[in-house]
Design a protein around this ligand. Structure first.
Ligand code: ZN
Length: 414
């Protein structure tokens, strides 16, 4: 038995101060660690990530990806299906499940809505549901065909699973940052906010028509927040999440043309970001995600317009939430959006600490610091604007399913 003394335990909603926390370990030895003021958090849940497995293993794989997750305190990840090949068959789901058995986190699989995410023909939705997917998404692409989207929602409703929708209207998309003052100033071809909100409006109407649960991924504009707030008030079964980096950066930050800041959806304008904060405060937004999207150094070391879209986020999630809290949202609220709230949203266990065993939690020191670098990151990729920056707060250890999945030197003893 290991006893962590004097810690602050987060139960999914609030901190319980100055507690002793007991962990059963396989070794018989009794041990005590004095961890005054450190945080014990339930293993974090990240419901939108790209593990690049199968087929894009130079960027990430199930093992490097979940090791990076554990290093960030995350013990449950949703793997999006935009892999090579696409996760669009029962067999592909079984393959990934098999790979994930040895992973450092619980990997939940999201199946594609359409074959190859091509938007032409529905995938094996029923068979994938039987194989255990937690939802369906053509993430990275919007399903333009509204009749097909309707059918997909009807099936998803019958199967009791959500459609996780990447909202981007087909003719308005294609820019490299959000349209506005700064896109003009920086000379970067932009995408207007309406590309997102038009697609969301369609999803809301189809959810109303079919009763399906439609979860809108990574909202980034004021109009998106307003539409979803309104739909929820009307009793429509729509939920949404926001990327943590959209709460920290705006379109102005593209000034250095750093390709690690090139993402989709793009950084919001200041006005849009303000609306995202309001959406967090009033409960319009149901979860915070990293959208961890690794790209190799050679893929991102190109000019801004040619770079692919994506940012890694597992290992800096808690540091970023800490920064967001400095802008006036309570840290407890932010932590609930990566623990108890996403667990409830998808009807999963976890996200709380009901008992200490089997251990599924992370130990975070809010006063320590660390620097993400090629030496310290567990991800295969480096595409983060926080590279070589000093960050406040550090994960000391993460336990998942009763086992230690990450620990710095102090924890090597165990
Ligand atoms: Zn997406």
């Amino acid at each position: 038995m290991l006893t962590l003394k004097g810690v602050k335990v987060f139960n999914g909603e609030e901190f319980i101060e100055n507690k002793d926390f007991h962990i059963e370990l396989s070794s018989q030895e009794e041990k005590e660690l004095n961890l005054d003021g450190m945080w014990i958090l339930p293993g974090l849940i990240d419901t939108h990530t790209h593990l690049r497995d199968p087929g894009q293993l130079w960027r990430e794989d199930v093992y490097s990806g979940t090791k990076a997750a554990a290093h960030g305190g995350i013990t449950t990840v949703f793997a999006m299906p935009n892999t090579t090949p696409t996760i669009d068959t029962e067999q592909a789901v079984i393959y990934l499940k098999e790979r994930a058995k040895e992973a450092s986190a619980d990997v939940k699989i999201v199946g594609a809505i359409t074959k190859g995410r091509q938007g032409k023909e529905l995938s094996e939705m029923g068979r994938m549901a039987r194989a255990g997917v937690v939802g369906f998404s053509d993430d990275g692409a919007f399903l333009n065909d509204s009749a097909l989207a309707r059918h997909a929602m009807e099936y998803a409703y019958e199967l009791g699973l959500p459609i996780i929708s990447h909202c981007e209207e087909q003719y308005l998309k294609g820019g490299h940052m959000r349209e506005g003052w700064y896109s003009t100033l920086y000379g970067v071809y932009p995408t207007p906010f309406a590309a997102e909100s038009i697609a969301i409006a369609r999803e809301i109407e189809l959810s109303y028509l079919t009763k399906a649960h439609v979860h809108i991924a990574h909202i980034s504009t004021k109009r998106s927040v307003e539409l979803i707030r309104h739909a929820k008030a009307d009793g429509i079964n729509v939920t949404c999440d926001v990327c943590v980096h959209h709460l920290l950066f705006t379109d102005k930050d593209i000034e250095d043309y750093d390709t690690s800041k090139k993402i989709n959806p793009p950084f919001p304008t200041e006005e849009d970001q303000k609306a995202l904060y309001e959406g967090l405060e009033d409960g319009t937004i149901d979860a915070i995600i990293t959208d961890h999207a690794p790209y190799a150094v050679h893929e991102k070391e190109v000019e801004f317009q040619a770079a692919p879209f994506g940012i890694i986020g597992f290992e800096t999630l808690l540091n970023e939430l800490f920064m967001v809290s400095k802008r006036g949202i309570k840290i407890e609220k932010l932590l609930s959006l990566v623990t108890s709230k996403p667990a409830k949203l998808y009807g999963m266990d976890g996200g709380t600490i009901e008992s200490e065993n089997p251990a599924d939690f992370t130990v975070f020191d809010p006063n320590d610091e660390w620097i993400p670098s090629p030496q310290t990151l567990f991800s295969k990729s480096r595409n983060t604007p926080f590279l070589n920056k000093n960050l406040k707060g550090r994960v000391l250890a993460t336990f998942h399913d009763g086992k230690k999945v990450y620990g710095d030197t102090k924890w090597k003893l165990m």
